[in-house]
Write a new protein. Structure first.
Length: 486
């Protein structure tokens, strides 16, 4: 347990994220409400953050002996919250880095969209050397990660030029069902076996929401359409056909740049379902093995075999799919660097068009976190060597990095990177990270984002629970109406 005590609730989220990055396997408790005697016991380390009128005091204590390890006080201007936050994180980072002997590859950056920094600076006319200097000085980011983020920002700028400016928008359709729940997963999804009797009820509600979106955006240009989840191909062929037919008659696809369906789980794929996708002109699909080590798949609850992943890939190719993505995860339980390299070698033989390399991120809602005592003997290791091996394999397949994002509690404090062959990039993925276009999202647990001409962004969420979504669909539509029509 790492305990952080504040004298007022300022920047608590940012402090928690940064401390957690140094201590990923420890619980981090941050509070301004608890008295000293009410703070959790025992604790490995305590950090006290005291906000003065125009300064911040930090004290780092070894909880075992109650001795002050290090302290610092620095002036701030609280009217400039961005500058204050950055200075606070810099000083906490320096204290923890000195104490632990660790540095973090992304420095003090804890947000999920680090490429937005070089993107904004490039758009403002900054040179690469200026960006490098700024990110190193302001955030302590490593030279390697700065270079990666700049490279991706250049790619993203080029790809985003294809959008239809203020006349364009993107559409997300959420299918929150999966064959099973993976050990590491925290996304809100439901076993399709439990809901098979109510799939049409879900589609009834979803189609009502789709009808509103189509009506509101009539006359606008639909640039990308992404059907995700969950696993959309858990829908039986009839319901999958029903959904795609609804979309085809509701929306004008003449400006559509990509149409993606996240087939995802190989055990949800069949020839009949792939033929349905082909019939409706889907241009991009994902078939996600995560790993090609069968023992790991069994451990994490992926109820498919490595043979099924290979068979699904070749089946999709035989039916004419020429833009197939495959997701991999580095740092899965009990996997070594050699295991990861073997997976990469097998993926190279398949020759997908894009690969998304994830660093395992353990969220609180994942079973692996919720029931730690059941999995105490598992080892999870992710290093720069893992990511270097993945990058090298993707280069050998003729791919380059085109988008990047980060998550809390990532193994090794690294990142997720999408690699693609030229012309096979996922435009929707970039839009999710750079937030350059309005995305209307339909389905349980989906989040719509309205991007205003001045860059301001507002959001509205649908309820996650499927039964509540069905019962409250009119409320979900009203939420969208308030977001999009004000």
């Amino acid at each position: 347990m790492i305990v952080v005590q504040l004298n007022k609730e300022d920047f608590a989220y940012d402090i928690h994220s940064l401390v957690k990055a140094f201590y990923p396997s420890e619980n981090v408790f941050v509070s301004a409400a608890c008295a000293e005697k009410e703070m959790p016991q025992p604790a490995l380390l305590r950090l006290y953050v005291t906000y003065q009128e125009d300064a911040v005091d930090l004290r780092l204590l070894d909880a075992a002996c109650a001795e002050c390890i290090s302290s610092v006080s620095f002036p701030v201007d609280f009217t400039d919250r961005r500058s204050t936050k950055n200075r606070l994180k810099q000083n906490i980072y320096n204290l923890l880095s000195k104490y632990t002997g660790k540095t973090l590859p992304w420095g003090t950056l804890t947000g999920i969209r680090p490429t937005k920094i070089p993107m904004a600076m490039l758009e403002a006319g900054s040179q690469e050397t200026e960006i490098e200097t700024y990110m190193q000085k302001e955030y302590g980011t490593s030279k390697e990660k700065i270079g990666l983020s700049i490279q991706i920002a250049h790619r993203e700028r080029k790809l985003l030029k294809r959008l239809d400016g203020q006349t364009g928008y993107s559409l997300y359709i959420g299918i929150p069902f999966c064959p099973s729940t993976c050990l590491y997963c925290s996304f809100t999804s439901y076993p399709v076996s439990v809901w098979k009797g109510r799939l049409d009820d879900y589609l009834d509600a979803l189609e009502k929401e789709i009808a509103y979106a189509a009506q509101h955006f009539a006359g606008k240009h639909l640039n990308s359409l992404y059907i995700g989840g969950g696993t959309p191909t858990t829908l039986p062929p009839r319901q999958l056909d029903r959904l795609l037919h609804t979309l085809s008659i509701r929306f004008d696809f003449s400006h559509l740049l990509e149409y993606t369906v996240e087939a995802g789980r190989p055990d949800s794929i069949s020839q009949e379902k792939l033929e349905v996708l082909r019939r409706y002109g889907i241009t991009r699909i994902s078939i996600n093995p995560q790993t090609m080590k069968q023992e790991t798949l069994d451990l994490i609850g992926r109820r498919h075999t490595t043979a099924q992943a290979i068979e699904s890939f070749y089946l999709a190719r035989s039916l004419g799919f020429d833009n197939i993505n495959m997701d991999l995860i580095m740092g899965l339980p009990q996997e070594t660097l050699e295991d990861a390299q073997d997976t990469l070698n097998q993926i190279k033989k398949l020759g997908p068009d894009s690969v998304t390399v994830h660093s395992l991120a353990l969220k609180r809602a994942a079973r692996l976190q919720m029931f730690k005592e059941d999995y105490a003997g598992l080892t999870m290791v992710n290093t720069q060597a893992h990511l270097d091996a993945a990058a090298a394999a993707c280069r050998q397949m003729g791919m380059y990095p085109y988008y990047l994002y980060r998550q809390k509690n990532m193994a090794g404090n690294f990142e997720n990177v999408g690699y693609a062959k030229d012309g096979k990039e996922g435009l929707y993925n970039i839009l999710m990270m750079e937030e350059k276009q309005t995305i209307v999202a339909c389905g349980a647990g989906s989040v719509s984002k309205r991007v205003y001409p001045d860059g301001r962004i507002e959001r509205c969420e649908n309820v996650k629970d499927v039964a509540s979504f069905i019962e409250r669909i009119d409320e979900m539509i009203e939420r969208k109406r308030k977001l999009l029509e004000d």
